[in-house]
Design a protein around this ligand. Structure first.
Ligand code: SF4
Length: 451
């Protein structure tokens, strides 16, 4: 991690709590980093806001995953510089400080991802905390940026895979798992604080604990191991919805499917398959890539019939031929995934895929494939959604407005999947889990009535 520090005078008035304006960009993992930094800041008495004007310092937590994300991050830094001028940059883009310094030589400090200590020390230099022995503003579960009823649970940092299109390992380092008892303790605090849904995240959830050689720990008088299955089983005992993200189809993933069938863990698997053609997967250097994944999904559905699989794909990866692409469409037809996202390949600077000597796919071909992919999958998803009409589903309520509300079924993660639009004759609140009769379905969402 790099820490580049410029000197700056504190701007807060004597005696007043110093104010920090915070911008959080990027994926749920970056959001968790933001939550940790904000938790530290609040515990030291800093006030957090979103207005740059009047803040003592602005922190921008950046994303550097794609070039478009970098541009957004640079835009946010520029805005903060213009409106405030005292800016600390952290997050994935902080791993490449030159790019930021080149455009904004006057930022106060630049730190890399997960560099909580460095961010705090940069803040202390820029605006020292007010000394107040009575300040205790942090609830035990820390400060959450998500609504009160769901929370992301980050189980590890970094990634030991080396997918050729991805620069995350060079930004965030190899996999470092949190010991299982730490994770369970955090989950327990969140549940006690009213969280109804835990979203397990990492870069590679099924590899959890490999780096710690599945180290044992003691949880409620019994031995648990730092590994994917134990984690899913223990979280499943906590009486809340547990959703697993970023799971790669390693063989041991089969073990958690019965937990889903038993209702301990949500019947939902987020597996970023990225492609179906063995040639493309090989060039992508994907972990656990194997043929016959569609057959594997069918087997999982045999154990847990209401399993929903969500995935993301990349079209236009260098060297992708028409045959590869057709194979991907055929695979989608066979696998019948419930929720799917698709990206057009972007040659991220620093990614190995750029040096594989494979022919780049022209932009117009990528565009055409992307549209075909989306139309193909939309027909599949729509059919699946239509099959839900007339059924009664459990729905977690996210937002309410009078007698109407928006929520999600067990098959929908927040932000990325669909919505259940519902009406209710009795008052309902965000975080309630209600039974909804599904009246209709459109391209992505369901509509129903609370029963
Ligand atoms: S699994 Fe691959 S795509 Fe995901 S973070 Fe690791 S290297 Fe990147």
């Amino acid at each position: 991690m790099s820490l580049e520090q410029n000197k700056a005078a504190p701007a807060s008035a004597d005696g007043a709590a110093p104010k920090i304006s915070f911008v959080s960009l990027g994926c749920p993992k970056a959001l968790v980093d933001s939550e940790r930094i904000i938790t530290h800041l609040r515990s030291e008495g800093y006030e957090i806001g979103r207005k740059h004007d009047g803040a003592d310092v602005v922190i921008v937590n950046t994303c550097g995953f794609l070039d478009s994300a970098k541009a957004e991050s640079l835009g946010a830094i520029g805005e903060a510089m213009k409106e405030n001028g005292r800016v600390i940059v952290t997050g994935c883009m902080g791993a490449e400080p030159e790019q930021i310094r080149e455009k904004f030589p006057d930022v106060l400090a630049i730190t890399g991802p997960q560099a909580y200590e460095s961010v705090m020390s940069a803040v202390h230099t820029a605006v020292p905390p007010r000394h107040d022995p009575y300040v205790d503003l942090v609830p035990p579960q820390g400060i959450k940026l998500t609504p009160r009823h769901y929370a992301y649970l980050k189980i590890s940092e970094g990634c030991s895979n080396r997918c050729s299109f991805c620069i995350i390992p060079s930004l965030r380092g190899d996999l470092v798992s949190r010991p299982i008892t730490d994770v369970l303790r955090e989950a327990e605090k969140l549940v006690k604080a009213g969280v109804k849904e835990l979203l397990v995240i990492s870069q590679d959830t099924s590899a959890y604990g490999v780096d710690l050689k599945y180290a044992p720990g003691l949880w409620q008088d019994r031995e648990v191991r730092t590994r994917f299955f134990d984690l899913a089983r223990e979280l499943g005992q906590m009486g809340v919805w547990v959703r697993l993200h970023y799971v790669y189809p390693y063989p041991h993933v089969d073990e958690v499917i019965p937990l889903m069938a038993e209702g301990l863990v949500l019947p939902y698997l987020d597996i970023p398959f990225q492609h179906a053609s063995p040639t493309v997967l090989k060039a992508m250097r994907r972990p656990a890539h194997q043929e016959k994944t569609a057959g594997r999904i069918a087997k999982w559905r045999g154990v847990c019939p209401d399993l929903a699989v969500r995935s993301t794909f990349i079209v236009g990866f260098p060297g992708e031929t028409d045959e590869d692409f057709e194979m991907l469409l055929d695979w989608l037809t066979e696998a019948k995934l419930e929720r799917v996202g698709c990206f057009k390949y972007e040659p991220v600077a620093g990614a190995k895929a750029n040096d594989l000597g494979l022919e780049a796919v022209p932009e117009e071909v990528k565009e055409r494939r992307w549209h075909r992919f989306m139309a193909h999958q939309q027909a599949i998803s729509q059919k699946i959604l239509k099959s839900r009409v007339g059924k009664r589903l459990q729905v977690i309520v996210d937002e309410t407005q009078g007698t109407v509300a928006k929520g999600r079924s067990k098959w929908d993660a927040p932000e990325i999947d669909g919505t259940v639009h519902l009406s209710s004759r009795r008052p309902i609140r965000a975080g309630d889990i209600v039974t909804v009769k599904i009246d209709s379905a459109d391209a992505y969402d369901l509509h129903g009535t609370v029963v």
